[in-house]
Write a protein that binds this ligand. Structure first.
Ligand SMILES: Cc1cc2nc3c(=O)[nH]c(=O)nc-3n(C[C@H](O)[C@H](O)[C@H](O)COP(=O)(O)O)c2cc1C
Length: 326
């Protein structure tokens, strides 16, 4: 067994580097390529709840999306039907030995949930729910929105027997509390965090524009803080750190903070999937230098409660940090 071997969602991984849900995992060929590059697992590109639900009427019933995005969605749905997705799962499972995690982009607890079992039957080793409910509306409280997440996850975990993880937004008031509640309704893991489309305005063309879709290495620290805190506060749940992991050092930091696995996306678009191999080699070099012969020897060694000054993960340090600059 390799010294990088680990477990995530109860699945045996030959190493903790997982290819994130994205265009990098939308075909069997790409998934085989990820395996050859050394990936410990893959999360397939998300299928949208609307693709599962698809019937215009059903869709309109559960969404308040505008006409333009509805048109886009119809085109998307036409090109990506559910059967193709189920075939992607089963063909991937036939062709690779690493765990294949299916991903569903969802926001309602409506009829799509009846199909959740199909992913399991197609051979998925786990389900990652990319849930996002836009927290807006004058009369909707944070608690109301959290209830929706919990209902949705509870319904899914009741339908399937494979492990379910939830890819979280970083916009919860208390990430520890929501993680604990997700664990309570059956989630086995959380992915910290999802990355969203962020609107911008081009003031010269008077048009909407959007921010760079890819993360930068500096984007790592929000997830680092919460991996460190959640791994101690909700020990029962597994954590996959995602966002800003671009090299071996960042992956090591996430594991030191307490993550069970690390998901990679932007860096693989920028440097190619073969970058996984390089990261694994560098992780092994670091482990040898530090005298660690397995992941569990250092996982969580720098978590919130493991360090001498846990407040360094807390906001109170903010003041101190800025007061160094007059
Ligand atoms: C081009 C692109 C496509 C993505 N598609 C999906 C998707 O289908 N489902 C999903 O859950 N996340 C998707 N993501 C988000 C990534 O899985 C990942 O969570 C995010 O990019 C943060 O990780 P990174 O910093 O390594 O890029 C996508 C990201 C990119 C850049």
């Amino acid at each position: 067994m390799s010294q990088l071997a680990t477990q995530y969602l109860g699945l045996k991984l030959k190493n903790p580097l997982i290819v994130s849900s994205s265009g990098l995992t939308n075909s069997v060929e790409k998934i085989e390529k990820a395996e050859r590059a050394g990936a410990g697992a893959v999360v397939l590109k998300s299928v949208f709840e609307e693709q599962i639900n698809y019937e215009a009427a059903a869709y309109q019933e559960v969404s308040n999306t505008n006409a333009e995005s509805f048109d886009y969605l119809q085109g998307y749905v036409a090109a990506n039907n559910l059967d193709n997705y189920l075939k992607l799962i089963s063909d991937s499972k036939k062709n690779v030995n690493i765990p294949v995690i299916a991903s569903i982009h969802c926001f309602s607890d409506k009829r799509w949930i009846d199909f959740a079992k199909n992913f399991e039957e197609a051979g998925a080793d786990a389900l990652e729910l990319n849930v996002y409910i836009q927290p807006m509306g004058r009369n909707i409280s944070g608690t109301d929105i959290e209830k929706k997440y919990l209902n949705l996850v509870k319904k899914v975990t009741k339908k399937v027997s494979i492990p379910v993880s939830v890819k979280l937004s970083n916009q919860f008031t208390n990430l520890v509390n929501i993680t604990d509640k997700l664990y309570g309704v059956g989630a086995k893991g959380v992915v910290l965090f999802n990355r969203f489309y962020e609107p911008d305005i081009d003031i010269n063309k008077m048009k909407m524009s959007s921010f760079d879709v890819f993360s930068n290495p500096e984007d790592l620290r929000f997830a680092l803080r919460w991996a460190a805190i959640i791994s101690d506060e909700v020990k029962e749940i597994d954590i996959a750190a995602s966002t800003g992991v671009h090299n071996a050092d960042s992956a090591i930091k996430m594991i030191l903070a307490g993550a069970d696995a690390v998901q990679l996306c932007s860096v693989l678009y920028k440097k190619g999937v073969s970058h996984i191999r390089e990261m694994l080699e560098q992780m092994e070099i670091w482990m040898a230098k530090q005298g660690y012969d397995s992941i569990k020897n250092f996982k969580g060694n720098m978590s919130y409660k493991s360090i001498k000054h846990p407040e360094l993960y807390q906001r109170s340090q903010f003041m101190k940090y800025f007061s160094n600059y007059e």
